[in-house]
Design a binder for this molecule. Structure first.
Ligand code: BMA
Length: 884
């Protein structure tokens, strides 16, 4: 294979600017095509590194698209076999002449033995850490053979379970409906790779990150991390800079650290101890210079500075590297709340309380090697375009790649970063703890320079699983599990994180009562208590339009409803036989027990279900209906959380975060996501654009009284009024319009701007009744300028609406400077107007909207070249009355 010299980001490049440079490091990538074979050699060919066995087998033609129909089950055998990746390479004289040569494996998935030229270098057992082996004496000039033999993750997990005979570590297996594998909690790999309630079981194997040789004399700089710290008593910034260095022998040198734009520069005498060590320096920032802060999007710019580090010895440059440093502070405020038992729970960024708006992130593909920069960029752009300012990287997936966090830094998207433990108990054997410790140290060191990460969190739902006894652990055994819980997350993970990163808060779990959980011995009696910490809330049977069923929590970090992806997305993985709601395929894709029925039951509370006699239409209309239901449900709940940010009612409130479950999909299947696999926005994502808008009108009824709140995330105070229009379901023009007084809406608050009994409102509006009319409303300022999106409130379920008839909507596609536009004309009120252009990638400026006037124009931004005629041919327009 060819050898590529590489200079990856974050890697030392010896700059010999006018100085004699004697210590150049030499980096050789071993990425590319390796040979791959299963245990008996019956399956063999080449596989890419980085990559995984499934991707390689598909490329080789051994398997078809693993996402197609029932292939997740058909290809189970792959994860039960052992696989060996082998490469052969030559080395240059220059490389072999270095004092030290290290083989670095950036990511091995997961359990492997590593052999070079017949010698076993060691083993791996954790996908989330890198491995380094010193290999210089083993290297030859030609024909070096590097083999990495991967053990079946499924069999390994099961062996580890058997070896842990003293007591079970539940859950033993996922629910049958997931078609998954057992004991994933015994192996340090992506927990959802053995199946999840939204994802397939593809227990991957492979070299999922790069492989390279690093050769150097004296020493090598491996990683630079920086965390700015603010001393509020002295009003002074400093930057804690850490250099991870590998030194051939203990040696002395000078390290200079500078931020030229802040006129801050310091040089330190340093001793680099032999081997891999961390060297810490504190750079004090010149107090006379104003520092431009990094802000979450919507609150300011994402300013950064260049940080320069150089290592010098005897006039020679040992290393030199530049990276970015961002200044911001973050506090998780848990303090008494006047008028409310419990403690607050909100984030203060740069001393400003910030409401977190966003969603939860899951792995973007079952095969991580297929997550391209374009996919990440598209998903994060979609999050930002929907006015999100935060994402939670959920603990059952992976610590994302560097680019994910770079983009979040750049876009001002705050990240709630879980450690990768989810919905399970975990073992605490010495070797398990040891590998987790390495994982935590490496990940925190890799990620802590990112300002976007505002919190570390130990696990997903494991406190709740223990507290509310998901796994039926007998009371007499509970103490063992609580002890294991505290050992893993508190004594190890929390202790390490606090030692490695003083710049941001750590929470042990999510949901948790935070400080209260700690007081109760880290497992609270009710981690869902709305008076403390964050909550996860799911209720599929309650009417999701009834806001009184939602917890008035301090912080909603998970809530949501399922829907199906669009037909064009499903078509990529199915055939005609599959296209009905009760097909084997539709059941097989649904990994959440009773999920398909729950969606219809929830939809039927307010809508007529699709009843076309044409089976295909009934199916596509049902897909549409599940998206309408999901969008409405998550809208109702998010609006409730946003309007609860200021008030305390019945001792509860001051909600400061709404992160719905879930942003993205891992494959084309029904799930809680707002974006389909492939990037297409579901109706929910279009709704999120509005319900996460910086200024938002929220309308709801409380015991027959209509209330309209103005919610504002903007810093300046606003003076706003509500403008409410009453429309008849049967006609296009408003029946009457009502304006409230102007009300002061302080920056970062939610206040009532209108309160009126519905009966009185209707009485003043001609012949309107609850069944014949609906309300639309918006906010405007004193000069009559609309602030924020328009919104609506239904006075009855649309299934009971009197006079709602089938709308005839015509659409005309045109091209203009900014892309394409679609001009719609409707002859009737039309709820949930949905434009779909099939598999033409791109998005509309808005979609799923209510048409109460005859005309509307929406933009379409394609993600790949298209034309007016392609769009016109593919365009379909559906609204509510079309489905029954
Ligand atoms: C929460 C999440 C996920 C799950 C989701 C939907 O429990 O943490 O584990 O996918 O709910 O059930």
């Amino acid at each position: 294979m060819a050898l590529n010299s590489r200079t990856p980001a974050g890697f030392v490049l010896c700059l010999c600017l006018g100085l004699f440079c004697a210590f150049s490091a030499h980096s050789v990538s071993l990425d590319g095509k390796w040979s791959l074979r299963n245990s008996d050699g019956s399956v063999a060919g080449s596989g890419s590194v980085p990559g995984c066995v499934h991707s390689a087998l598909q490329q080789l033609g051994y398997i078809q698209d693993p996402y197609f129909r029932f292939n997740d089950v058909a290809y189970r055998w792959i994860a039960f076999d052992n696989w060996t990746y082998t490469t052969t390479f030559n080395t240059s004289e220059q490389l072999r002449s270095k004092q030290k040569v290290v083989l670095v494996l950036d990511g091995v998935d997961t359990v492997a033995s590593v052999q070079l030229n017949g010698f076993t270098l060691g083993g791996t057992d954790n996908m989330f850490r890198s491995y380094a082996f010193s290999v210089r004496p083993l290297l030859k000039e030609a024909e070096n053979v590097l083999s990495i033999s991967l053990a079946s993750p499924v069999l390994y997990a099961s062996q580890r379970r058997k070896a842990h005979s003293a007591y079970p570590v539940p859950p033993e297996c996922p629910p049958d409906v997931q078609n998954g594998q057992c004991h994933v909690n015994f192996i340090r790999k992506e927990q959802s790779s053995f199946s999840w309630d939204w994802g397939p079981s593809f227990p991957t194997l492979g070299l999922w990150r790069g492989v390279h040789l690093e050769a150097f004399d004296v020493l090598q700089l491996i990683q630079v991390s920086s965390v700015p710290l603010f001393d509020s008593s002295a009003s002074r910034w400093s930057v804690q800079v850490e250099l991870m260095v590998d030194a051939v022998q203990t040696s002395d040198g000078l390290v200079s650290v500078s931020i030229p734009e802040l006129f801050s520069d310091q040089t330190y005498q340093s001793r680099f101890l032999q081997g891999r060590t961390k060297n810490t320096f504190i750079l004090h920032i010149n107090t006379s210079t104003e520092v431009d802060l990094w802000w979450p999007r919507g609150h300011g710019d994402q300013n950064s500075y260049r940080l320069r580090v150089r290592g010098l010895r005897d006039g020679s440059v040992l290393f030199s590297q530049e990276s970015k440093v961002y200044f911001r502070t973050v506090e998780l405020v848990q303090e008494p709340v006047p008028g409310s038992p419990g403690l607050s729970f909100f984030f203060r960024i740069n001393s400003k309380p910030v409401f977190l708006k966003g969603s939860n992130w899951i792995p973007a593909h079952a095969f991580q090697d297929q997550v391209t920069p374009d996919i990440l960029l598209n998903l994060l752009h979609s999050a930002a375009d929907a006015n999100m300012n935060a994402l939670r990287v959920w603990g059952g997936g992976v610590y994302e790649q560097d680019q994910f966090y770079d983009l979040c830094d750049h876009m001002g998207i705050m990240v709630w970063q879980d450690f990768m433990f989810a919905c399970a108990m975990y073992p605490t054997e010495a070797d398990f703890i040891q590998t987790v410790r390495s994982e935590v140290i490496q990940q925190v060191q890799r990620l802590k320079s990112h300002p976007s990460i505002i919190i570390w969190s130990g696990n997903n739902e494991n406190e709740a699983a223990l507290a509310t006894n998901w796994f039926d652990i007998p009371e007499s055994h509970r103490a063992t599990y609580v002890k294991d819980y505290v050992t893993l997350y508190v004594e190890n993970i929390r202790a390490l994180v606090q030692q490695e990163d003083p710049s941001r808060p750590f929470l042990v779990s999510s949901p948790t009562n935070g400080a209260e959980s700690e007081r109760e011995g880290w497992v609270a009696s009710n981690p869902y208590d709305p008076h403390f910490g964050d909550t996860h809330f799911y209720s599929y049977e309650d009417d999701c339009w009834d806001w009184s069923t939602f917890p008035r929590t301090r912080f909603a970090s998970e809530f949501g409803f399922q829907s199906w992806p669009s037909f064009s997305t499903l078509k990529t993985v199915s055939v005609d036989d599959d296209w009905s709601y009760d097909s084997n395929f539709s059941s097989h894709r649904q990994h959440h027990e009773h999920g398909n029925q729950q969606m219809l039951r929830q939809a039927a509370l307010h809508f007529h279900l699709p009843n076309s006699t044409d089976a295909l239409k009934r199916f596509t209309h049902t897909l549409y209906m599940t998206q309408v239901m999901q969008a409405q449900c998550v809208k109702a709940q998010t609006e409730f959380y946003r309007r609860s940010q200021t008030e305390i009612i019945d001792g509860k409130g001051r909600t400061m975060g709404a992160l719905y479950w879930q942003l993205n999909d891992i494959w084309p299947a029904p799930s809680w996501s707002s974006i389909e696999f492939g990037g297409k926005w579901k109706m929910l994502h279009y709704f999120a654009q509005d319900f996460f808008a910086a200024v938002l009108p929220v309308g709801f009824e409380d015991d027959g009284t209509l209330l309209i709140y103005a919610v504002s995330d903007l810093s300046p105070d606003l003076t706003l009024r509500a403008v409410v229009s009453v429309h008849s379901w049967s006609g296009l023009d408003p029946v009457c319009t009502l304006r409230s007084d102007l009300v002061l809406v302080p920056g970062g608050s939610a206040v009532v701007v209108l309160k009126q009994e519905v009966a009185a409102l209707l009485a003043g509006c001609g012949r309107c009744t609850r069944l014949s009319c609906l309300l639309t409303f918006h906010l405007e300022d004193g000069t009559g300028v609309q602030r924020g999106p328009s919104n609506y409130h239904f006075l009855c379920s649309p299934k009971d609406a009197e006079g709602l008839r089938k709308a005839n909507i015509t659409a005309k596609v045109q091209e203009d400077e900014s892309g394409f536009s679609v001009t719609l004309r409707s002859d009737a009120v039309a709820p949930f107007v949905w434009l779909d252009v099939g598999n033409i990638a791109g998005r509309f400026s808005s979609n799923g909207f209510l048409m109460v006037s005859a005309d509307r124009t929406v933009g379409f931004t394609p993600w790949r070249p298209t034309s007016v005629s392609q769009l016109s041919t593919s365009l379909s327009v559906t609204s509510l009355r079309d489905v029954y």
